[in-house]
Design a protein around this ligand. Structure first.
Ligand code: DQA
Length: 147
């Protein structure tokens, strides 16, 4: 089955963007790591990044009937977007939220997530490893549902 990985705004700049916070890993590195981990776990991983809220909403709608799970780093939309949260709730696809940085260690405006209440869980603070842990947890969760 298929897992959709969604990356929100500014994550296309990973590697160049505030490396002190986000490290030197690029989005391409993360995506290829996830595709490889997907192969090991026996799932197909497809990745999409957008800087546009509406494009991310559309991508979530398009996942309906196609993807079994969603792994999302919504970037700053995490803290602002009721629309993304509503889209995830509407499609009812099990979702895991991830962040490279530990959002609770940073500015107070990053402490609140609109997505967390509709997610299975959240992984924050492990850099690119957050995504890998998130994919593993999502697949574990989905396998638990099968049995
Ligand atoms: C982020 C944390 C957000 O607060 C920030 O706006 C991002 C990246 C992270 O992965 O640590 O763009 O989601």
């Amino acid at each position: 089955y298929n897992i959709l990985v969604l990356h929100g705004p500014n994550l296309n700049l990973l590697g160049q963007r505030e490396p002190g916070i986000y490290g030197s890993v690029t989005l391409e590195d993360i995506n290829s790591q996830l595709e490889q981990l997907g192969e090991e776990l026996g799932v197909n991983v497809s990745c999409f990044q957008s800087n546009h809220e509406g494009a991310l909403v559309d991508a979530i709608h398009d996942a309906r009937g196609r993807d079994r799970g969603i792994l999302i780093n919504a970037g700053a939309y995490t803290h602002t977007s009721i629309a993304l949260r509503d889209a995830l709730a509407a499609v009812e696809i099990p979702t895991v939220e991830v962040h490279l940085s530990n959002i609770y260690k940073r500015e107070p405006f990053r402490h609140h997530s609109y997505i967390a209440p509709i997610a299975i869980g959240q992984i924050s603070g492990f850099g690119a490893e957050s995504y890998r842990l998130g994919l593993q947890a999502l697949v574990d969760h989905l396998q638990g549902q099968d049995s």
